[in-house]
Design a protein around this ligand. Structure first.
Ligand code: ADP
Length: 266
């Protein structure tokens, strides 16, 4: 039985390239180099990885990192059942053992011990020490490590150490060019192009509010959400408020500024 059968993508995930990132990723893979994706939330990093896994025909194991995620969760654990104790690989060990692409989304959200665990896997050793299992797992030749993080909102304690970042090759993601972003919103949101363009213009205006204290402007993901609300029957101004302005901030002044932008756009 293929232990990674459930992790293969059989349909092409739609991905609209912004530059030469597909070629760059393929070159990294050919050289067995781990990849670091940097960029704001909702700009297409996860979709890109899904697309690449499909394109390269490798299974994809995705882990959404969070503050309680430890190195042990990624490596694996002993389980106790009626037959006794048995070892169960964590997602990282499973991907390394059987040759999958392992995507650690928002790596900086995880506890810092996880990044140290990645070091021997992310350099020429390509090995994962499973201390609790008493095993030094040598990664399968098809295994590849991909991690993402958002340089925009890391606190003082949430920085990627040089010893970690220097093991990776990096691809920087930004929000796509307006025409490309509108094409994504048309395709993903199912709305017409003129409305998609107006949503993109609104997003660009919100991104400028970053100078006035907004943590991050509207992402492509938010535009797709707004488009879907319109498709479900909401008027564009209400959809934009619900999917873009209100989720972006709780600060009264910023909310007023965001709502003014929505009113001016529709
Ligand atoms: P991230 O991982 O950067 O937070 P995602 O990859 O999850 O963001 O993107 C959020 C959504 O935005 C996707 O589900 C998709 O609908 C849309 N999207 C963003 N960029 C692209 C792109 N280049 N091609 C296709 N869809 C995209």
């Amino acid at each position: 039985m293929d232990p990674l059968a459930g992790w293969r993508l059989d349909q092409e995930p739609y991905y609209q390239p912004a530059g030469r990132e597909i070629e760059a990723f393929e070159a990294a893979r050919a050289s067995r180099l781990p990849v670091l994706l940097k960029g704001p939330t909702g700009c297409g990093k996860t979709r890109f990885v899904e697309h690449m896994a499909w394109r390269l025909k490798v299974p994809l194991v995705t882990v959404a990192c969070h503050e309680d995620l430890t190195a042990g969760d990624l490596a694996g654990r002993w389980l106790l059942d009626a037959q006794g104790t048995r070892w169960m690989d964590g997602p990282l060990a499973m991907a390394a053992r059987h040759g999958a692409l392992c995507y650690l989304d928002e790596l900086l959200e995880a506890r810092s011990d996880t990044t140290v665990l990645l070091h021997p896997l992310a350099d020429t050793r390509r090995a994962l020490p499973l201390e609790r299992h008493g095993e030094l797992l040598q990664a399968h030749p098809d295994f590849q490590l991909v991690v993402s993080y958002n340089p925009g909102y890391q606190g003082v304690h949430k920085r990627l150490k040089p010893s970690t970042r220097q093991r990776f090759v990096a691809l920087e993601f930004r929000y796509p060019e307006p025409t490309v972003e509108a094409a994504i919103v048309v395709r993903e949101g199912g709305i017409d192009e003129s409305l998609a363009r107006r949503l993109v213009q609104l997003a660009e205006r919100t991104r400028r509010l970053q100078d006035q204290g907004l943590e991050e402007g509207a992402s492509t993901r938010m535009l797709v959400h707004a488009a879907r609300l319109v498709r479900a029957g909401l008027p564009p101004a209400l959809a934009a408020r619900q999917a873009i302005a209100d989720p972006l901030s709780d600060d009264a002044e910023l909310l007023a500024a965001l709502n003014a932008l929505v009113c001016a756009s529709f």
